[in-house]
Design a protein around this ligand. Structure first.
Ligand code: MCA
Ligand code: AMP
Length: 487
């Protein structure tokens, strides 16, 4: 059985151990990470599942690596998740323990769970724990992701999928142990956690996490040894804006021009932002396309030419096809069809949701992504939109209109609500709430509704704009006609 994180084997006790992760001043070498994670792995070995309070901190790395080494599935939690969403995730995934930093204050929704504090300086267990490698098909992570309706679903990601996707990216990007990855992505989603943490660790390279995104932080880290940058389009939009600005913040042009690879994902990188970066730095941004359920599907290769507006060809091992509305496979890929994928990178199903899992796959094992695309003659995929208008991508986060509508309807001042996504230069799409107030004379304010949604679900799911109506446009069957709302 091959190891998921081979660089940790034999690292314990080494004094010449290289850096694995750095968060500001806090550095974990491979030796330190091997010891701390082994120590924690022994303590959680009997757990069914563990929740991880996934702050942008080294404790999260130790916790997730410990769970992987113990063979116990980890459920990363967004520390900003509101009460309702957190209660759903905890009930659905039923972890036996939550792993958190000693200083983290946990909300009452987690009060019923045993808590284990993660120590980043813990010594290796003595005698050294055997930690046998779990089978490739065993679940490694359960990552919650939004759908069009209902609460988020837990995508079960097996070790095989993580290894396959990271190795495909190694091939595409020539990703090695020499690479120093820089990013500021949250550690409770696939982008930041699987690609951004497990990626460097699988290669034996290192990560420098910025804690929170800033143009200056990106420039600083790329100028002091960083070789690769991962980000969502909102981050590249802000970098492009800074390049256009009056002062070259922190020598950003030089920093971006000098990096080995600039990678964008989680949403479409606007052609305009891509071109602004290329104009200022003389280099392109490599786009890759993935999903929580499929990990990475396509990617522009490091030795290929970035082409604004495309996400590159399928990665090694991934079968990709375009399918028409009636399920037939498109032969002429210049026409638009739904992307379906099959390969070792796929999840095994949604936790406790056999109905949703069955609906997500075709009879021959392809996953229906819901993304609409064309494919260029040389195999480069162009994503042109999504099948469901009720899925919104804002700042690279996927958000279901239905979950926000339900939260809005729980506000006593809201009689009816509909949620749409509108183009936004910074966020890609911004969440717009269309609200019929219970009392038109004193409607709940925009800020009040945003706080209400942020408190129940998560801050990134809050409406950025509220529009008040006397009634929602409905068809004869009473269904809300979102297209009349300007979608
Ligand atoms: C604002 N805040 C609030 C409220 N309003 N808190 C409580 N109640 C409110 N009403 C807080 C926020 O939590 C945040 O705090 C701060 O105010 C600013 O929030 P916000 O305006 O939302 O930040 P932003 O400027 O919109 O953030 C932009 C961002 C962010 C940094 C680009 O959207 C981001 O990190 N996106 C990454 C998404 C991602 O990783 N997606 C991967 C999933 P504070 O600043 O302290 O946090 S997709 C995936 O994994 C697939 C596989 C793929 O392909 O990659
Ligand atoms: P999530 O479910 O949060 O993992 O988001 C997955 C979705 O993000 C995909 O189905 C796509 O719609 C979108 N996505 C990810 N990467 C890209 C990209 N490079 N270009 C366009 N859309 C993307």
């Amino acid at each position: 059985m091959t190891s998921l994180l081979p660089a940790l084997r034999g690292a314990s006790g080494r004094t010449d151990s290289p850096e694995a992760v750095r968060f500001g001043e806090h550095v974990l070498t491979y030796a330190r990470l091997a010891d701390a994670s082994a120590s924690l792995a022994v303590r959680i070995a009997a757990a069914g599942r563990v929740a991880v309070w996934a702050t942008s901190a080294p404790e999260t790395v130790v916790a997730v690596v410990a769970a992987l080494r113990a063979g116990v599935p980890a459920v990363p939690l967004n520390p900003r998740t509101g009460a309702r969403e957190l209660a759903h995730i905890v009930t659905d995934s039923a972890p036996s323990v939550v792993l958190a930093g000693a200083d983290d204050v946990l909300p009452s929704a987690l009060g019923g769970l045993e808590r284990l504090d993660v120590e980043t300086a813990a010594a290796a267990p003595s005698p050294e724990a055997a930690l046998p490698e779990p089978s490739e098909d065993s679940p490694a992570l359960v990552v919650y992701t939004s759908g069009t309706t209902g609460p988020p679903k837990g995508a079960v990601l097996p070790r095989r999928a993580i290894a396959a996707s990271l190795d495909a990216l190694e091939d595409a990007w020539g990703w090695t142990g020499e690479d120093v990855l820089v990013h500021a992505l949250p550690l409770f989603h696939v982008h930041g956690l699987v690609l951004g943490v497990l990626g460097p660790l699988r290669r034996g390279g290192s990560l420098r996490h910025l804690g929170r995104f800033s143009v200056e932080g990106v420039a600083r880290e790329l100028l002091s040894g960083g070789t690769m940058l991962f980000g969502v389009p909102t981050m590249y939009h802000r970098l492009a804006g800074a390049l256009d600005g009056p002062a070259d913040a922190g020598n950003l042009t030089k920093a971006l021009a000098g990096a080995r690879l600039l990678v964008s994902g989680s949403a479409a990188l606007p052609v305009h932002d891509h071109e602004r970066i290329t104009a200022a730095t003389g280099r392109g941004v490599v786009e890759r396309y993935g999903m929580t359920e499929t990990l990475m599907n396509t990617g522009v290769r490091a030795d290929g030419a970035p082409r604004a507006g495309t996400v590159g060809p399928p990665l090694p091992g991934v079968e990709l096809r375009l399918v028409e509305e009636d399920g037939s496979v498109l032969q002429d890929t210049a026409s638009i069809g739904e992307i379906q994928v099959r390969g070792p990178n796929l999840f095994t199903g949604y936790l406790n949701r056999p109905d949703a899992t069955a609906a997500a796959f075709t009879e021959d094992g392809f996953f229906r992504t819901g993304d609409m695309a064309t494919v260029d003659p040389d195999g480069y995929v162009r994503i042109v939109g999504r099948k469901a208008t009720d899925l919104i991508k804002s700042g690279g986060y996927k958000i279901g209109a239905g979950e926000i509508e339900n939260a809005l309807l729980d506000h006593p001042g809201v009689r009816e609500a509909a949620v749409t996504g509108e183009p936004d230069a910074d966020l890609g799409e911004r969440i717009v709430a269309w609200v019929v107030p219970d009392d038109p004379a004193s409607p709940p304010g925009e800020r009040e509704l945003a706080d209400h949604v942020a408190g129940l679900l998560a801050p990134h799911k809050r409406p950025r704009v509220v529009r008040y109506l006397d009634a929602l446009p409905r068809n004869e069957l009473g269904k809300i006609m979102k297209r009349s709302l300007g979608v």
